[in-house]
Design a protein around this ligand. Structure first.
Ligand SMILES: NC(=O)c1ccc[n+]([C@@H]2O[C@H](COP(=O)([O-])OP(=O)(O)OC[C@H]3O[C@@H](n4cnc5c(N)ncnc54)[C@H](O)[C@@H]3O)[C@@H](O)[C@H]2O)c1
Length: 380
């Protein structure tokens, strides 16, 4: 087994999800490389040390530049807030490191383009953590669509609903609440939650040509954790848009952090000429599948529990009927990244793939301002 020495930046929610995946992947997938938890980087040395001890990292850094300069790191894994992605990824690429970067790729399309340019020049393996592609039921949906089972696609419908920012007392900015600070997050639910829906949609149903959107910021001012002052809120609290895909299908996308009762309700439904598919993150192991060709008397929605060995990723886990969870999508992503390095066929989404999502979110935010249909920039 060849070591793949990881340098992780950020030890929050995603730092834990990634570390868990690096630790588990070698136990469940047959790979020639094994991730080695070489160093974790965070600005607070005591917290970084505690994280390193808990997860098994061999060393710490408090400045990501020092981490990138180290000869004993092969992969830089960026799990820090959105406004840090570009600078770190560009420096890592220039240093010849492989890069795993959290989503969204960048603060906007223009910044994403620079990242893609530098990465292409550096020719380093790269991937963006749009992990929902690797939930077995979602991967199965991709297989069924690619096999043509749905036929011509007419409709794509996606939602990502949460309810955690309803209180006006909730501050913006700082650790844990950087998502409410537009300077750190880039945008609100559009870049945070809809970016996931868009990545999945582009993967399943191809490119989007144009969008028309509306966004709203329900709470206009919040106290900023870092300054202590009440400041304008610059993020979109809710975002909804209509889209036309290049294949002629029509779509609706909606996301909000004000849907009381919903914690992370990511759902999508696709309607085609011969069949339909529906998926729900709260029941992530199931795909609902309707096939019109079924004999009329027994025709209906099939509720497929995706746990069999011939279904995506599942032969690597337990026995048929036994479920895996959210965290396993990250294990699958690491497995695919490593297999991509070994086979020379890079696994997506690469930085270039993720740039397409930036172009859609840019067009959504622009349309919300102009109140017009906006064309989505085409990926080169
Ligand atoms: N793929 C997914 O499903 C998913 C889910 C959640 C978050 N994310 C993305 O992951 C990234 C991190 O989100 P999170 O939820 O883990 O956030 P978090 O707030 O839980 O953790 C962020 C971490 O980054 C660290 N950090 C901030 N600035 C830093 C700097 N300059 N140098 C080093 N470390 C720094 C913080 O100390 C913290 O440890 C974001 O880009 C977010 O959009 C993706």
């Amino acid at each position: 087994m060849k070591p793949l020495r990881i340098g992780l930046i950020g030890y929050g929610f995603m730092g834990r999800a990634h570390s868990n995946a690096f630790r588990k992947v070698g136990n469940f997938f047959d790979l020639q490389h094994t991730p080695v938890l070489q160093a974790v980087c965070a600005r607070d040395a005591a917290k970084a040390k505690a994280f390193a001890a808990k997860w098994g990292y061999q060393s710490i850094e408090t400045d990501w530049r020092k981490l990138i300069a180290r000869d004993d790191i092969d992969v830089i894994d960026i799990a820090s807030p959105n406004n840090t992605h570009a600078e770190i990824a560009i420096a890592a690429a220039k240093a010849g490191k492989m890069i795993l970067c959290e989503k969204p790729l960048a603060m906007n399309g223009a910044q994403g383009e620079k990242m893609v340019e530098v990465i292409a020049k550096a020719k380093v393996p790269n991937m963006v953590w749009y992990n929902y592609r690797r939930i077995p039921a979602v991967t199965l949906a991709k297989q069924l669509i690619d096999e043509g089972r749905l036929g011509r696609i007419f409709h794509y419908r996606a939602k990502f609903l949460q309810d955690w920012t309803i209180s006006p007392e909730l501050p913006q900015g700082g650790a844990g609440l950087w998502r409410l600070d537009v300077k750190v997050a880039g945008s609100g639910v559009t870049g945070d939650l809809l970016a996931h829906c868009i990545d999945t949609a582009l993967w399943l149903n191809g490119s989007i040509d144009s969008v028309t959107a509306m966004t709203e910021t329900f709470i206009k001012e919040r106290k900023h954790t870092l300054t202590g002052k009440v400041q304008k809120v610059g993020i979109d609290d809710a975002s909804a848009f209509l889209a036309r895909f290049s294949n002629g299908s029509l779509a609706t996308f909606e996301s909000t952090r004000y849907a009381r009762g919903h914690k992370a309700l990511y759902t999508f439904e696709i309607n085609g000429e011969h069949g339909s598919l529906a998926w729900d993150l709260h029941d992530l192991h199931r795909i609902q599948y309707f096939e019109h060709a079924d004999e009329g008397r027994v025709r209906g929605w099939r509720n497929i529990h995706v746990t069999d060995g011939d279904q995506p990723y599942m032969k690597n886990w337990w026995v048929p009927g036994l479920a895996i969870g959210y965290e396993h999508s990250f294990v699958h992503q690491v497995a695919d990244f490593i297999q991509g390095i070994e086979s020379g066929k890079p696994a997506g989404p690469t930085f270039k793939d993720a740039l397409a999502t930036e172009y859609v979110t840019d067009a959504v935010l622009k349309s919300a301002r102009t109140h017009k249909w906006e064309k989505v920039k085409k990926a080169r």
